[in-house]
Structures are given as C-alpha cells and as structure tokens.
Design a protein around this ligand. Structure first.
Ligand SMILES: C[S@@+](CC[C@H](N)C(=O)[O-])C[C@H]1O[C@@H](n2cnc3c(N)ncnc32)[C@H](O)[C@@H]1O
Length: 194
C-alpha cells in the first residue's frame, strides 16, 4: 500500500466514523446479481456486499490498486478488473443488474457522459446504487466551496467540491431516490433506475 492510499484512507476515516460507514451500509444493501462498480479505489465497499447474492463483480477504475484483486476474489470468484474511464465503458448495453459508484463522479471529467454510460450498461429493471458529495445546497458553504474548488481540484486528484451531480442524475435516470443525506446535505446516497 502506497503513501497516497494510506493518506486517503486516513482522511476518509473521519467521515466513515461520523456517518459515511452507516450510509454505505444502507445504500449497498441489496446489491446483487451481475455487479459493476466504478472507481472502487482501495475496495472500501467490499465489506458491505453479501457474497451469497453476487454472481459476478466487475471493477473499472482509471487506475486499479494492486491489492484490490486479491481482496475482491476472496469475496467473489467471478471477478473482472478493467482500467478505463467511466465515461467510455467497455461493456455492451444491458450488461449489469447493479452498478455501484461511491465518491467517484466528483472527479469524472465528463460526468454527464459517464451517467449516460451507466444507464446504457444497466439491464432494464436494473438499479444504480450511489453515494456522492455534491455542491452545498446553499448558505455560507456554497460560495466558500466555489472559491476553494480550483485549488482543491488541483491537490485532490481532480475532485470537485461543487458538482451538481444529483441534478445531472435526475436528468439521466427516470427515477432517482435519495435515501440518505449527511454532512450538511453535501453527501447524498440513494438509488436510481434507467
Ligand atoms: C475518491 S476515490 C473513491 C473510492 C471509493 N469508491 C470510496 O468510496 O472511497 C475516487 C475513485 O474513482 C476513480 N476515478 C476517478 N475518475 C474516474 C473515471 N473517470 N473513471 C473511472 N474511475 C475514476 C479514482 O481512480 C478513484 O479510485
């Protein structure tokens, strides 16, 4: 494990302990069948999956972490790992029962295209499970986030603090259900159907 990974995990521990862990549990319950997870990072979501319910697990990330394959195979023998961009998914349409992404679309270069790709690869009746941090809904935080975003994006690997990701999702998916909001409504989690 490299220093960047350790740093990210330590940074995220703050949020996990204050509610992100509970949010993941809630949102990832029911992930089943043929599953695609985008931007798995270190594989933090693995522990929330029920191995009895997952037929196959496909990971796609811009850069896959070396330790991910071993950890994932312990959960699901049918695992596929691909490096690539969420906005150009290398899979045929109607391929997956579930797509999962958590804290990924803040840094996808073309988020609208990425969401359209998610819709394309989901089977009819399939479900997207997501957690994203989005632009603050208003108040004092909004101008502050707008102001610091250029610097933040530079030091945080392209992550944007002011993306209206939920609004983009509402435009792409027929049904978006938010089931959890935390940290002053900046973290939102839920499901969506094409
Ligand atoms: C902030 S980390 C989130 C990791 C994990 N999903 C979590 O919930 O903590 C963002 C992850 O998304 C990946 N990522 C960013 N842009 C991407 C893109 N365009 N396509 C695929 N993966 C991407 C990064 O490489 C990284 O692994």
């Amino acid at each position: 494990m490299d220093l960047g990974t350790l740093g990210y995990d330590a940074f995220m521990l703050y949020f996990e302990k204050r509610g992100l862990d509970a949010m993941r549990k809630k949102i990832l319950t029911g992930v089943a069948g043929r599953v695609l997870e985008l931007g798995p990072g270190t594989g933090v979501n693995l522990k929330y999956y029920d191995p009895q319910k997952i037929d196959s697990l496909t990971y796609l990330d811009l850069k896959l972490k070396p330790e991910l394959a071993k950890r994932a195979r312990a959960l699901c023998p049918d695992i596929t790992l691909r490096e690539g961009d969420a906005s150009r998914l290398p899979f045929p349409g109607n391929s997956f029962d579930r797509v999962v992404f958590t804290l990924v679309f803040c840094s996808v270069a073309d988020p609208l295209k990425g969401l359209e790709e998610v819709r394309r690869v989901l089977k009819p009746g399939g479900t997207l499970h997501f957690i994203e941090h989005v632009a603050p809904p208003g108040g004092l935080l909004q101008p502050v986030f707008n102001r610091v975003n250029p610097l933040w994006r530079h030091i945080a690997g392209g992550c944007n603090l002011n993306r209206p990701t939920l609004d983009l999702m509402t435009g792409v998916f027929r049904e978006v259900t938010v089931v959890d909001r935390r940290f002053s409504d900046i973290f939102v989690g839920g499901t969506a159907r094409p």
